[in-house]
Design a protein around this ligand. Sequence first.
Ligand SMILES: C[S@@+](CC[C@H](N)C(=O)[O-])C[C@H]1O[C@@H](n2cnc3c(N)ncnc32)[C@H](O)[C@@H]1O
Length: 399
Amino acid sequence: MHLIENFKEDLAQMRTIISESSGPSVKSWLSVLRPSVFLKLLKLAISQHISPAQVGLAVGVGVCVGMTPLFGFHLLLCILLGSAFRLNKLVMYLAANISNPVLIPLIVYAEFQLGSLISSGQFESISIEVVNRGVGSWFYQVLTGSLVLGPLVGILLGFGVYFFMIASRARENTETVYDNIRIEIFKAFRKHSRFFAGYVNGKLRFDPVYRDALAVVPKEASILDVGGGVGLFCIYHHLFHLGNPVSKKIVVDWDDERVDLGKKVSNENAWPIRYQSKNAFSDEISGHFDSILLFDVLHYQKKPQQDQLIMELFKNLNPEGVLLIREMNSKHQIKNFFTWLLEKLSIGLSFTKATEVSSRSVNEYVEILVGLGMEVDWQPCARGVFFSNYLIVARKLSS
Ligand SMILES: C[S@@+](CC[C@H](N)C(=O)[O-])C[C@H]1O[C@@H](n2cnc3c(N)ncnc32)[C@H](O)[C@@H]1O
């Protein structure tokens, strides 16, 4: 009884849309052909019953309908069944189009053979006798086969679509989490500096390093961000793992403007991040950490100083801790030129407090880290195809 009620409800809904657009007369059913009414009905068809389970079921049932040899009635069946079982009719009809000129011969042949297997226990080769048996007999045989093959393919595709939707919704939800954090950080900085607010917003939106690092730095890790500027990664990490026990997070940078701004914003928002104004290459860095970051910092000094800092920081790293280095890679010459140019520009415009840009190949860093007995992994991690940056993840082994 419910099924008929559902159908009546759908009809009433359609009638409302039509009469709203063209008056309540019965003739107004013809106005389905008017573009404005058609669009409204299409919108309704798209937006109805779209949970992953409903769409998966609509695909399954649509495939079953489409695989029957009731050609010419597929649309009607989709409307009736969709209405009665509250499924998305558009999805059903799209799925029913599994019977299309390309697949029909294959489907009909498979169903014909399956029908033969079900009714006579064996496959049947196509011969003159079979042809002479008449349309009614083939139709019955194909229909029999379709009642088995349809549900099989329907279940397979229906579940496929269901799991795909579940996975993509989960991904969307994660995107929203990242976006919310970015917006929260942006707003916090905007109270003090529109310029830095734009900078952190752009960095979090377009620079993959923060998310890549988030995947490597455990939630409970103590973190040292060397040359960490306003402390973007530590803030990001803290907000992402909100609710977990607070871990030690220290940002070291020699640019007082950045350190002061980071301190101010973090204090205001009760983000537990400590800032130290230091020259990372010459001042002593004390303490031990689970994760140490060097994002886009090493190239501001010459190679021997870079090596020296890596070796010093190795001592600050706990066993099983990770050292993350994001650097430009001189091996990709053209991309590296653009990366180098951007850094030069940033220094020239006094945005970054530094004097030189000394790039080298990622392999050189890897050699140093392997030489320290670390387990090393690296991958491209740049803001776009024009830049050469890599993220190197080096783990300090416990023994
Ligand atoms: C390109 S920014 C990267 C900021 C941060 N690591 C991030 O990825 O969000 C480079 C930072 O390194 C800092 N820096 C450069 N040389 C430094 C040094 N000798 N000691 C401490 N910080 C330094 C700059 O002040 C700047 O904040």
